[in-house]
Design a binder for this molecule. Structure first.
Ligand code: C2E
Ligand code: CA
Ligand code: CA
Ligand code: CA
Length: 275
């Protein structure tokens, strides 16, 4: 009984520290992280399924925490969303991704778009399109080399998002729907928003070969998107079999561990140099 009492106490204090103290601390540290330059972008290549060539990269943020080491977005993005810090982090990510892409181009590497993840919180800023225009202006990156990934959870105000997306596409920037098929509003998105590309969520790709209904769903998404003049990229491609399936069903692009995980910018420059 004594033993279990001690365990209960430890469990209690552990969950207490995770849920409030640790979170407050992390939130506080996040405020300083931008000034201290602790955020860093890794990039995951995107490949054309026919030519096998790298045709784009997705920027994925990491936090070089001075004590905890390299933190993946799952460890801090939810808290950043909740606290509103995602707006500042998102601004930094956008600027850094555009700057880096222009730097690659200036170094003579083959130009390709960089995809940046946008949070719903960023859409709630009324001046999002002009902020994006300013970043493109400042970094000198042509709009066609920027693609913004939005998720289906962004349904707060369809009218506002629709106007926002139109202003952004007017700049010449591309729009992708991320995690396609996981939300409740997939078709609503395609019908109401100016979408260039959809990303089939990893959860459908995973069992493409074992689960006949996943296979049907993926094939149907690709066919429908093409009828609507929308490009399709599959995410989370891990095996040759998955890649073959996607190729057979005329998916346009793929991204996943099968070809490359997200890597530091130096690695991307190396890959582009190697051709
Ligand atoms: P996401 O946008 O769906 O990004 C893809 C995630 O899947 C990345 O995780 C990537 O490392 C992982 N992944 C890629 N290929 C494979 C694969 O073949 N198999 C498996 N199992 N996983 C794969 P990561 O980098 O940990 O990012 C997680 C999420 O954090 C992202 O999901 C995105 O929602 C969010 N995120 C990352 N960077 C940013 C950002 O700058 N802003 C915002 N708002 N969200 C971000
Ligand atoms: Ca994404
Ligand atoms: Ca995704
Ligand atoms: Ca996903």
């Amino acid at each position: 009984a004594k033993e279990s009492g001690k365990n209960d106490c430890m469990l209690y204090s552990e969950s207490w520290s995770n849920s409030s103290f640790e979170r407050l601390k992390l939130q506080h540290e996040m405020y300083r992280a931008i000034q201290r330059n602790e955020f860093v972008l890794h990039y995951q290549p995107q490949y054309d399924l026919v030519s096998g060539k790298m045709v784009g990269v997705e920027a994925l943020v990491r936090w070089k925490h001075p004590v905890r080491g390299l933190l993946s977005p799952g460890a801090f993005i939810p808290l950043a969303e909740e606290s509103g810090m995602i707006v500042q982090i998102g601004d930094w990510v956008l600027r850094e991704a555009c700057r880096q892409n222009k730097e690659w181009q200036d170094a003579g590497l083959p130009p390709m778009p960089v995809s940046v993840n946008l949070s719903i919180r960023q859409f709630l800023q009324h001046d999002l399109a002009s902020r994006i225009a300013e970043v493109l202006q400042t970094t000198g990156l042509e709009p066609k080399y920027l693609d913004l990934e939005i998720t289906e959870s962004m349904t707060i105000d369809i009218g506002h998002i629709s106007r926002c997306l139109l202003a952004i596409t007017d700049l010449g920037v591309g729009i992708s729907v991320d995690d396609f098929g996981t939300g409740y509003s997939s078709f609503h998105y395609l019908k109401n928003f100016p979408i260039d590309r959809l990303k089939i969520d990893r959860s459908f790709v995973r069992d493409i070969q074992q689960d006949p209904s996943d296979a049907e769903i993926v094939a149907a998404i690709i066919a429908m998107a093409h009828n609507l003049n929308i490009q399709v990229i599959a995410e989370g491609v891990e095996t040759e079999g998955q890649m073959e399936f996607l190729r057979k069903h005329q998916c346009d692009e793929m991204q996943g561990y099968f070809w490359s995980p997200p890597v530091p910018s130096e690695n991307i420059a190396q890959m582009l140099k190697a051709g």
